[in-house]
Design a protein around this ligand. Structure first.
Ligand SMILES: NC(=O)c1ccc[n+]([C@@H]2O[C@H](COP(=O)([O-])OP(=O)(O)OC[C@H]3O[C@@H](n4cnc5c(N)ncnc54)[C@H](OP(=O)(O)O)[C@@H]3O)[C@@H](O)[C@H]2O)c1
Length: 119
């Protein structure tokens, strides 16, 4: 459907927002196609659909080493691999944390390790 829309539309889609979870293999193929076509992939259910990632030892250790929360490390990972993470919160503290992910960067090794959790 998206490919047909892209082919037919005179104004091309700029953003694709989709559930980001294991059921769809984290949209790996779709994300690749979006990147090739200059379309931003935006994740939703970013936190709620991925408790196994947020509770992983990998993210916990990274969070500790960067003095960040696991949610911050996950959001940082997503932005570094080209995903625009969508979340929502009723908490001012969480909102501040969710925005405070641009003062550190995961190394290539850390990106690879975190990427292995997307299964
Ligand atoms: N357009 C669409 O089709 C579509 C589809 C789905 C969702 N949405 C919208 O997208 C937004 C995101 O929803 P979502 O369910 O996809 O988001 P999500 O990231 O899966 O989950 C949001 C939940 O994570 C918690 N949270 C946020 N920041 C956190 C942090 N730093 N640490 C710990 N917990 C944190 C929030 O709880 P607290 O309030 O306790 O922080 C909230 O309950 C919502 O506004 C939703 O309405 C749109």
């Amino acid at each position: 459907v998206l490919k047909q829309l892209y082919a037919d539309a005179s104004v091309k889609p700029a953003v694709v927002q989709n559930r980001f979870y294991a059921t769809t293999a984290y949209d790996a193929a779709l994300r690749e196609w979006c990147a090739e076509h200059g379309i931003v992939y935006q994740s939703f259910w970013t936190l709620t659909a991925n408790p196994h990632i947020l509770s992983s030892q990998t993210l916990r250790a990274l969070a500790e080493s960067y003095n960040k929360t696991v949610a911050q490390v996950f959001f940082r990972y997503l932005t570094q691999i080209g995903i625009a993470p969508l979340t929502g919160t009723c908490s001012e503290q969480h909102m501040r944390e969710d925005l405070d992910i641009f003062d550190f960067a995961l190394t290539p090794d850390e990106l690879t390790k975190t990427g292995r959790l997307l299964v």
